[in-house]
Design a protein around this ligand. Structure first.
Ligand SMILES: [Zn+2]
Length: 265
C-alpha cells in the first residue's frame, strides 16, 4: 500500500474513497473521521447488497472484502482501518488488491480463541441455510441461480485454501445490474469492477469456472470476521447473504454457551 493508501470508487455509492491501514493494539476497527466503529456484528447498520458498519451517525459500506483479506492474513485484531468516504473502494471486485495492502502490515497478533460448537447447529434465514458442525475448521458455500450461465455451484475448503478465494470477483446478472441502476443504485458499476453475466455468459473471462461461488465464500469469510473470533467447525452456507451471515452471528451470541471471552476487548 502506498503512503496515499488504497483509493477507488465505491460500487454502490459511486463515490471515491481512500483507505489507510494502521497497526494498533486492540480490536479491529474502522476510523471514520473522529468516530471509531468496531468491526463487530453489533455495529452492522445495513446488509443491503453489502455489509455496512456504523456508530454515532458515521457509517462505512462494503467492508466485507477487506475483512476477508485481513482474516486470511491472520488479522482478527490489531488493525485500524482509516476510511475517507462513505464506502470502501470496490477495486476489481475481488479482495486481491486488499491482500496486497494487508501484506504491508507485518505479522498479525495471536488469533483469538476460536469458538467450537459442541453439537450441530442449523440456522435458517430467508432462503439461506447454515449448518455448523463440530470438527476441523472448513467452509462450504453453495449457490443456485436461475441464470443458466451461473446455475448451481459449490465450493468447499479448509483454511489453507481460503487465500484462493480472495481473487474471486463480485458478480451480477445483466438484469440485476439494470434493475439496480434503474432504482438509483450501483452508481460505481463499470467495466473491470466485477463480473456481469449476460444471457449467454460472462461479459469478460472468468478467473475460475466457479468464480461466483468462490466470491460468495469470500463474502462469508469477510462477514464472519464480525464475530470477533474464528468459528472452529465445519460450516456450510447455502444461498448465503450478508443479512443471513449477520443474523447467524447474532443468533450464536444469544446462546448461553457462546462466551465472548475469546473476543478482543
Ligand atoms: Zn462481495
Amino acid at each position: 500500500m502506498s503512503a496515499r493508501g488504497v483509493e477507488g470508487v465505491g460500487i454502490h455509492s459511486g463515490r471515491r474513497g481512500r483507505v489507510r491501514l494502521h497497526r494498533d493494539d486492540g480490536r479491529l476497527r474502522f476510523r471514520l473521521g473522529r468516530h471509531e466503529v468496531p468491526a463487530d456484528a453489533d455495529a452492522v447498520v445495513s446488509t443491503k447488497r453489502c455489509t455496512a458498519l456504523g456508530a454515532d451517525g458515521a457509517c462505512v459500506a462494503t467492508v466485507e472484502h477487506l475483512l476477508a483479506a485481513l482474516r486470511v492474513a491472520g488479522f482478527w485484531t490489531g488493525v485500524v482501518v482509516e476510511v475517507e468516504g462513505p464506502e470502501l473502494p470496490i477495486l476489481d471486485g475481488s479482495a486481491g488488491p486488499w491482500r496486497d495492502a494487508v501484506a504491508g502490515l507485518g505479522e498479525p497478533p495471536p488469533t483469538p480463541v476460536p469458538w467450537r460448537p459442541s453439537a450441530a447447529l442449523h440456522f435458517r434465514h430467508g432462503p439461506t441455510r447454515v449448518r455448523l458442525e463440530p470438527g476441523a475448521e472448513r467452509l462450504t458455500a453453495s449457490i443456485a441461480y436461475a441464470h443458466r450461465a451461473i446455475g448451481a455451484q459449490r465450493w468447499s475448503g479448509a483454511p489453507e485454501c481460503f487465500d484462493g478465494l480472495l481473487d474471486a470477483r463480485t458478480f451480477a446478472t445483466r438484469g440485476e445490474v439494470e434493475a439496480l441502476r434503474a432504482a438509483g443504485g450501483l452508481l460505481g458499476a463499470a467495466e473491470g469492477r466485477g463480473i456481469v453475466f449476460d444471457d449467454d455468459g460472462p461479459a469478460a473471462p472468468l478467473r475460475w469456472p466457479d468464480e461466483p461461488v468462490r466470491h460468495k465464500a469470500l463474502d462469508a469469510l469477510g462477514d464472519l470476521v464480525l464475530f470477533g473470533r474464528p468459528l472452529a467447525g465445519d460450516l456450510s452456507i447455502e444461498r448465503g447473504s450478508h443479512a443471513a451471515h449477520v443474523a447467524f452471528m447474532l443468533m450464536l451470541r444469544s446462546r448461553a454457551d457462546v462466551e465472548r471471552d475469546g473476543a478482543p476487548p
